[in-house]
Design a protein around this ligand. Structure first.
Ligand code: PLP
Length: 410
């Protein structure tokens, strides 16, 4: 009989046990040495590592085809760990307006710590080389981006980052590894809000960072220092979410495609943005760098005013008015009032978001039910004049390198 109370007759539990221990009784000084020297994946103290969480890290590493992965308490904790690990005073960081709104707050902290930041619009990624400086140490982007689903060419960004040996970090939350593997396209590090599609059930918060073993070691140092280690229970929920991840990702993307096509056909909505639509500005790049579909999120403008968008959302019966994305339920929100709330109002609209822009994250409901819900809500919507239908890729006035738009301080 084994000494392990979980496996007295050798039968193994079908799921990784939830280990809530803060600390571990050492079996010997030699084992303690092997753990602290990194020779074995052993456990001593929860802030260092946890076996439930470690099992999930290995699964996400496999999904991203990475050597390893480190998990922490939220997507923003993961992003902050990346900034803290790789940036020092005097370094230059390139960020895109087209990233999750909370980065704006983090950027204020980073600037206070002496990091120089250039903010670009996603379409500037085509000429990013012009913005690289000798001290550019990191380029951080999302593709597709939040909330407008703009697609950035990751291979082109890699080439540009090589000019100054900058680290290319790609937030793959919108695409998920089912549709895109940024490491294979040249990214150094992939980051996720695992709160979203990887977890998938609106019941846990976590962040995940995947990359080489050497990046894992550096990020582990930061996590251990600041204590952003995920709790075992959330780790277990995340592991359960991963069991159905591919099925959910497949269904979410087919639902998103169906809804994007439906909405693009209606005169009550405009600027339907989804990388899978052939006239989307990101379509060609998305076809090149994504696979199995184009993800579960789309964005569009409703009518001509925020009141139109509010009316439309209030009429929905199945699609839930809530933030977050990548969940089993379809979720809809107005980014101007929610995810971008962290920013001053003037800044919320400088990269294409309007007060009536809506972000819709497809769930795994039956497609006909979702289309029916959109239809009944749009039938109740009276729009006075036809909204402008084309996505205006050139909406932002043409600007020269170094003008007031980059580094805008609002
Ligand atoms: N990255 C993206 C693309 C997101 O959409 C979000 C949150 O919505 C985050 C990061 C932050 O994740 P979390 O809410 O888990 O901190």
């Amino acid at each position: 009989m084994s000494n392990d109370p979980l496996t007295p007759y050798g039968n193994k539990p079908m799921v990784t046990p939830i280990v809530n221990a803060v600390n571990y009784k050492y079996s010997s000084f030699e084992v303690l040495r092997q753990i602290t020297d990194g020779e074995i994946d052993g456990y001593t103290y929860h802030r260092d590592d946890n076996p439930t969480v470690r099992a999930v890290e290995k699964k996400i590493a496999a999904l991203e085809e990475a050597e390893d992965c480190i998990i922490c308490t939220s997507g923003m904790a993961a992003c902050a760990m990346i900034y803290l690990t790789y940036l020092s005073a005097g370094d230059h960081l390139i960020l895109f307006h087209d990233i999750y709104g909370a980065h704006y707050k983090v950027s204020l902290i980073l600037e206070r710590m002496g990091i120089e930041i250039t903010w670009l619009d996603a379409r500037d990624s085509r000429k990013i080389a012009e913005y690289i400086k000798p001290n550019t140490t990191m380029i951080f982007c999302e593709s597709p981006s939040n909330p407008l689903c703009k697609v950035l060419d990751i291979v082109a960004l890699r080439k540009a980052s090589d000019k100054s040996n900058a680290l290319l970090v790609v937030d793959n939350t919108f695409a998920t590894p089912y549709h895109q593997k940024p490491l294979s396209l040249g990214a150094d590090i992939v980051v996720h809000s695992a709160t979203k599609g990887l977890g998938g059930h609106n019941d846990l918060m976590a962040g995940a960072i995947a990359g080489s073993k050497s990046h894992y070691d550096k990020l582990w140092f930061t996590r251990q220092a600041i204590g952003t280690t995920l709790d075992a229970y959330s780790g277990s929920l995340l592991e359960r979410g991963l069991k159905t991840f591919e099925l959910r990702a497949e269904k979410m993307s087919s639902n998103a495609m169906a809804m994007a096509e439906y909405l693009a056909d209606s005169s009550k909505f405009s600027k339907v943005r989804y990388p899978g639509l052939q006239d989307d500005p990101g379509y060609t790049t998305a076809v090149r760098q994504m696979h199995n579909g184009f993800g579960g999120v789309l964005a569009f403008d409703v009518g001509n005013s925020q009141d139109d968008a509010k009316k439309f959302i209030s009429e929905l019966k199945v699609i839930c008015h809530a933030v977050s994305l990548g969940a089993t339920e379809s979720l809809i929100c107005i980014p101007y009032l929610t995810t971008l709330l962290y920013m001053p109002p003037e800044r919320r609209t400088i990269f294409g978001v309007e007060p009536n822009t809506v972000r819709l994250s497809a769930g795994i409901e039956k497609t006909e039910i979702l289309l029916g819900d959109l239809e009944q809500a749009l039938n109740k919507l009276e729009i006075k004049s036809d909204p402008k239908n084309k996505i205006d890729d050139l909406k932002i006035p043409a600007k020269k390198k170094g003008d007031a738009y980059a580094n805008i301080r609002i």
